[in-house]
Design a protein around this ligand. Structure first.
Ligand code: MF3
Ligand code: CO
Ligand code: CO
Length: 308
């Protein structure tokens, strides 16, 4: 493993020299561990490795995605001025358990609540609290359910009442970039094609793509191989999306700089370092022999082509 020097490219993948990018921030945070440098991305393992799903396993993932999407339809109406974030959390927890399922976030690596609520400059992993949504906010609601042992994971960013033109444009960009990435892949595409589509769409609006968090393989485990970076990277980029592979795409698009910092107080909340807005959409997908199938498509949510 190679440790980056001051003049080497930054570990975050920005293309900037380390000294111009994360050096100051890493010092401030007491140092972070740079990602391992590996020759190439791991390829799907055999059936026993459980990445390439059988027909029966695909149906289990379809059921998990379907329930999670139904829950998203239930909470969509709560994304209005006056809603307390803790009340969305209570609803998600109760609805999931009432249907015999498990909210995956509760206790995941110590996470305390049933969903993530990421407000305005929060990139991801915002923790619901007593905050009351107000006109002009944007908020991402990210829900993950475990249905009979299998995971469904999705998020949407909501406009709370009337928002600024920039906020609306950013949310549109995040939504479009997710659906352009889905449209860009077919059986045996590589992960790189996902990131290429997202970076292209973000660049059209002059927005940036977050590199510190990525999509992921999903199944019996919440997070597994392959990593799905939302930019074309050389480590995970070569991974082949064979039929039977399940994964998420969840681009986080920033109004300003792509960098993040995590709140010291809770160890979860990831914010933009410049305080500017961030928006995200997420779906769980199954690559089939005919192309990607969205497992978390809602009945009432926005479809490709939607205008915010
Ligand atoms: N739902 C997030 C994702 O899309 C993960 C949240 S982990 C939690 O991968 F612990 F913060 F809930
Ligand atoms: Co999620
Ligand atoms: Co996810």
């Amino acid at each position: 493993m190679k440790t980056a020097g001051r003049n080497d490219p930054c570990h975050c993948g920005s293309g900037l020299k380390y000294k111009k990018c994360h050096l100051a921030l890493d010092r401030e945070q007491g140092g972070v561990v740079a990602p391992k440098q590996v020759e190439r991305a791991p390829q799907p393992r055999s059936r026993r490795g459980m990445l390439v799903l059988s027909e029966r396993e695909r149906d289990r993932m379809r059921a998990a995605g379907k329930f999670n999407a139904q829950l998203m339809d239930e909470i969509r109406g709560m994304a209005v001025p006056g809603t307390k974030l803790d009340d969305i959390n209570s609803f998600v927890d109760a609805y999931t358990r009432d249907h015999g399922h498990i909210p995956a976030c509760v206790g995941y690596k110590g996470y305390p609540k049933a969903l993530c609520t990421s407000l305005n400059e929060v990139i991801c992993h915002g923790i619901p609290d007593a905050y009351v949504l107000k006109e002009g906010d944007i908020v991402n609601l990210d829900i993950t359910s475990i249905v009979d042992g299998w995971h469904g994971d999705q998020s949407e960013t909501f406009l709370i009442g009337e928002v600024s033109d920039t906020a609306r444009k950013l949310v549109q960009c995040a939504f479009d970039s997710l659906h352009l990435a889905i449209a860009a892949i077919k059986p045996f595409s590589t992960v790189r094609e996902i990131g290429a589509a997202i970076v292209k769409r973000a660049a059209e609006d002059g927005f940036s793509v977050v590199r510190d968090f990525q999509g992921h393989g999903i199944g019996r485990k919440f997070h597994q191989e392959p990593g799905i970076p939302h930019y074309p990277d050389s480590f995970h980029g070569g991974f082949v999306l064979k039929p039977g592979i399940c994964f998420t795409i969840e681009p986080m698009i920033n109004e300003g700089r792509p960098h993040s910092k995590i709140d010291r107080s809770d160890g979860w909340t990831a914010r933009t370092i410049d305080g500017k807005l961030s928006a995200q959409f997420e779906h769980t997908l199954l690559m089939t022999e005919d192309g990607p199938e969205i497992l978390t498509q809602t009945e009432h949510g926005p479809r490709p082509g939607h205008r915010f």
